[in-house]
Design a protein around this ligand. Sequence first.
Ligand code: ADP
Ligand code: MG
Length: 270
Amino acid sequence: MNALVGATRKLKGVDVAITNLTKIYQTRDGNDLRALDPVSIAITPGQFVAIVGPSGCGKSTLLSLVAGISPRTSGTILIDGQEVRRPHPKVGVVFQTDLLLYWRTVIDNILLPIEIKGWDRTRYTARADDLLAQVGLGGFAQKFPSELSGGMRQRVAICRALVQEPGLLLMDEPFGALDALTREQMISDLQTMWLSVKNTVMFITHSIEEAVFLADRVLVMSPRPGRIDIDLHIQIERPRSWKSRLESKFVEYMTQIHEIFEARGVLTNS
Ligand SMILES: Nc1ncnc2c1ncn2[C@@H]1O[C@H](COP(=O)(O)OP(=O)(O)O)[C@@H](O)[C@H]1O
Ligand SMILES: [Mg+2]
């Protein structure tokens, strides 16, 4: 399978500074729901940060605040020193479901963010074609999403996030809905793509293994209201392969995270 290799030109990742960020939702019965306790995270340009935490702990909330698609309750989010108040032009987002528009072709889905921004579509068409070729979907530009498999659709969603050359790529459990083998391939391709681009990535997952495999840093969140319990620097050489998973360091990081979840009652030993 073709990798996401070289899918983007060399970019410089952005710098992300999140300080004392909180989010309280108003539920329909009028109560407050504290989704995020104060969260502070500083990410340097080009860092790959994975965020792992139990279901409902506020991971998607955190990402939607950084994406500028949901208002925060308090705190600040700076991208390259600029306060996030709306979707930032340097940010690309990939969600768990591909969210492709079924009535638009593959190429029209990829170029959607360009149209929304009012940028020159023709200037980005060649780049979109290039991205498609890089992810092994060269002949698929005129197909509709219903003609593609789940893995192919998610590749299109990644192309859509990359077409605008994002300095920050936000991914919310992007491979969660894929079968195990496709997921394995996508994880490996994502690493290759990121190594060629070195943009800043915030990658949300509930898979401890996926987090340790991909990230420079793994932030482990507590159950709701989400806090950052631990910030683990993963010092395993890249490129990482399936064999890296057998290294003692890999196993140690996995164990450390499992133990945190056990201590929090997220995982229990029966
Ligand atoms: N729009 C909303 N209104 C009210 N509560 C919400 C809303 N979105 C999320 N929540 C609640 O906030 C908490 C965190 O949700 P979420 O960020 O989706 O968690 P995660 O992605 O870690 O599973 C959950 O209890 C969820 O039910
Ligand atoms: Mg979520």
